[in-house]
Design a protein around this ligand. Sequence first.
Ligand code: PLP
Length: 389
Amino acid sequence: MSTDATPGRAHGFATRAIHAGQPHDPITGAVVTPISLATTFAQPEVGELMGGFEYGRTGNPTRVAYEACLASLEGGTDAVAFASGLSAEDALLRLVAPGSRIVLGDDAYGGTYRLISAVHAVEGRDHLAFDLTDPGKLEANWPDDATMVWLETPTNPLLTCLDITAIAEVAHAHGAILVVDNTFATPALQRPLEHGADVVVHSATKYLGGHSDVVGGIVATSDEELAQRLRYLQNAVGAVPSPFDCYLVLRGLKTLDVRMERHSANAAVIAEALQAHPQVERVRYPGLESHPTHRVAARQMSGFGGMVSFECRGGEAAALEVVSHTELFTLAESLGAVESLIEHPGRMTHASAAGSPLEVPASLVRCSVGIEDAADLVADLTAALDRLP
Ligand code: PLP
């Protein structure tokens, strides 16, 4: 089943976030896309479908609306939704033929690394963890068996920004496709397909949903063949989101634009405050001019996002102390929601990368800056840092 992702393409981002794929209900006029729970759909004749729907795993009206909206926001022609970010990633990785290699940026979500290095490796897909900050190095060291390059930008948790256009050129010159995990930036701030990426993947659990109440994943592309293969896997493997989950992400998308603006504004204030604190060794925020890949970020992003990481002068002990003593910043995994979260990547989200090329510094703290009042958030973090000896 294809989704019509194009209506309203002439409109701006915030307009499409609210309307794309979401016509008013033709019978009731309801302005909100209904949560369509039916698992099966009546057929007037064998094989004849009334509204294009046959069976709930294969297609669902709420899911179609959500997919059409996200495809429009990413500037793609199609989007395919999954039950989690990792199940979306799993479908993408199945596109790599066994015996071929995935080049993975050497800073990425620990669960992505686990999926590639422990699950897909067993099925014969090799990987190479590679520093992608210099695309020329990738060109010079291109592994002949690579058919997919996979990157996050900004990366999780070091917030390095990678040049999508330059890396896409290298990948394409070797006949490989480029996958960009756009979870941290979201299409409100960065649209990788416009920069040459072939596929965008999201953990919709984060900013797209935006309220820490839904787990989901989604892939967007303008490549018809890739879309068809992903659509096939969505149905054949069956890791689909529930209609209620689709509704929640669709609802989240409506406010994505304003949320990302506020997340970015708050994060900028916090990054500056952290930089001035004597207990902080180094702040990693793409919006800071001191950030090593600030220029790449400024070129391909329209805002710098809500994630801020920093290293503590007192090492791991200090980092653990800080994350345990904030009040507004909740110590928890995940990110991208209205409330602020704080965590220790080495012991939490990235524990599965310990001992690998993706291991993160022990002194690192990662903050997902919410949309509370910036002054309250600064005071909270400062109080936790001030406690350190
Ligand atoms: N990609 C990134 C950048 C993530 O941070 C995460 C989860 O934290 C995922 C993918 C996986 O998504 P999910 O937890 O929805 O399966």
